[in-house]
Design a protein around this ligand. Sequence first.
Ligand SMILES: [Zn+2]
Ligand SMILES: [Zn+2]
Length: 171
Amino acid sequence: MKEEPAEICYNCKKNETNLRCQKCDELICYKCSISTPVGYRCTKCVSFNKLPMYKISNIKLIITLLCMMPISVLSGIISTILIPSMSYYNLISMIVCLVYGLVISQIIFYAINKIADNKRGKKLQCISLIAISMSLITRAYITNDFNIIINDINALIYAVTANLILWEKFK
Ligand SMILES: [Zn+2]
Ligand SMILES: [Zn+2]
């Protein structure tokens, strides 16, 4: 009985193999293959097959980013009215900042969900980060204080709270 001659993996172009990707039928070695419930697949096919909830088009991303701008700016403006900027800790203002961060993260979460069709993933995590940063920049612009980390602890608490919540939510 003649054994089939081993061929070279198309991914690493190094290892000999007889294994083929179950989807695209390319030759892959064991090292370059990923075992899935439907058989061995090459890395390309696995990444193409990403869950739809993590797939988002670039146009949609840009639209989401643009739509977030007014919300970010507005949240920055409101923060200057509700939260005083100060360089020392104060329990009451800290609580106000936490609550404000919570409320803003909910609003941004809701808005991004609406615009980006309930998608998740790194790209949306970054958009939420940009949104909060824009809010901080607006606040810094109004209070004319760009040393947020040193002089504006309240803004920092608000921003960190909102960012942590949004980062988790869009995972
Ligand atoms: Zn290989
Ligand atoms: Zn494949």
